[in-house]
Design a protein around this ligand. Sequence first.
Ligand code: SAH
Length: 510
Amino acid sequence: MFLVGAGPGRPGLITVDGVRRLRSADVVIYDYLANPRLLDYAPDDAERILVGKHGGGERVPQSVINDLMVEKAKQGKTVVRLKGGDPYVFGRGAEEAQVLQASGVAFEVVPGVSSAVAVPAYAGIPLTERERSSSFTVLTGYEYPDKTAPAVRWDSLARRGGTLVLLMTTRQLRNNMARLISNGLAADTPVAVVRWGTMADQQTVVGTAASIADLIDAAGIQPPALAIVGRVVNLRSELAWFEKKPLFGRRIVVTRPRAQAQAFVEVLEDLGADVLPLPTIEIVEPDSWDPVDAAIDDIASFDWVVFTSVNGVSRFFDRLLERGGDARALGGARLAVVGPATGRALRERCLNVDVIPGEYRAEGVAAAMSENDLRGAKVLLPRAAAAREVLPKMLREAGAMVNEVHVYNTRVAGSDLVELRELIAESKLDMVTFTSSSTARNFFDLIGEEARAKFTETAIACIGPITAETVRALGERVDVSAEEYTVDGLTEAIVAYYLSQNSDRSAKED
Ligand code: SAH
């Protein structure tokens, strides 16, 4: 049994050990403050149990959570209790550990990055600084009405001089500030309140001990938020870095099979976005390997082998190896690819590409190959079932004998749909990205008619003209289309789109 800190929200801010424990979990019991994306680290068949309030729902009583942990652990399962921030900073972590101890359940604690330190950092506020503060105190703004917990010592805190970080304070803030001021804190002490720090929703309001409660009411700040009290708050004007990122505040869906999504997800996150990976399509075995095996056994007879995707390359060569062959089997065949990513996949297998089109699409590769005399040429085309017809058709028209074999199938995977529909319904989804026609078709299929009707405020970004055409044919609008049909090209186009939106925004404000 592991009590694991999930960090303050941003998925990268969990620890390496935290990820390791999630990977080994049979059961994950998680809070609403823990980013649900971290559940992707758990095995597919692990049980996932959300406790704590979500979307305005009721909070699960602590006794129920305690019983659940003990029960699952006693069944011999590896249980991860995933808690927001650090497990022992508020949030009743100590109590949960005591229950486990008393029930004879062995446990370990994996510390986490507490919101108390991470959220100020993302808001541009260092907790200590040589001239302004030589200590910080983390306290709760919420005091148990039944006084079962020791009272907060407002009198000594008010005169301490260092930085104060108040958690669980949003609804208590007026009261908290009044107590500090009445105990001697200067009314003009700078205060910042940060909501959903480290995430796209991060919102910061700055004022003074006297003014901050009115300011957050006016801004409509809801929990979760924390308050930072002290002169270090003034450093924010100089040191705010996160909010300046080009994709800050943007929530973007990436529809790519999990195996290829990682790099794209990370680039977007580094640019400041919150990313929702939605692996709407997944790679599975072809209906039959027989045609592929026959082609592999006869590989020396082909003049050309054409690859149209990274998946096609890896699936084909894996099969070749399994059958006892290797790259040498390709002998004199010339190699053509549809774009640079596919070309790199070949280079990784020590194979140079002979033909790569200027325009990264099926039409482009057919045209580029046709610069050679293709009459009577034997062409092997290992690719996905249900791929577009245009490539084999154009090659045949140029006189080639095309043997198309299916090295994989794509299948729709319906994960995380609940969260996605919620975000669409609340108009909180800024953009969805498509890197192929099938992901676009599957996506609109998956979200269903109702969510589609509300889809007007979400921008649509496509990797290239074919995907864009598919999206338009589905009756949707295309806002961003990459000039270079690669993931890097798409990222650039997305950044350019938001930069122009941001400057529109500030032009309006001027
Ligand atoms: N163990 C957690 C704190 C749990 S108490 C930790 O170490 O971070 C819950 C409080 O944490 C919230 O009321 C809020 O004050 C604060 N909090 C947690 N995540 C936050 C975030 N992303 N942004 C702002 N405040 C956050």
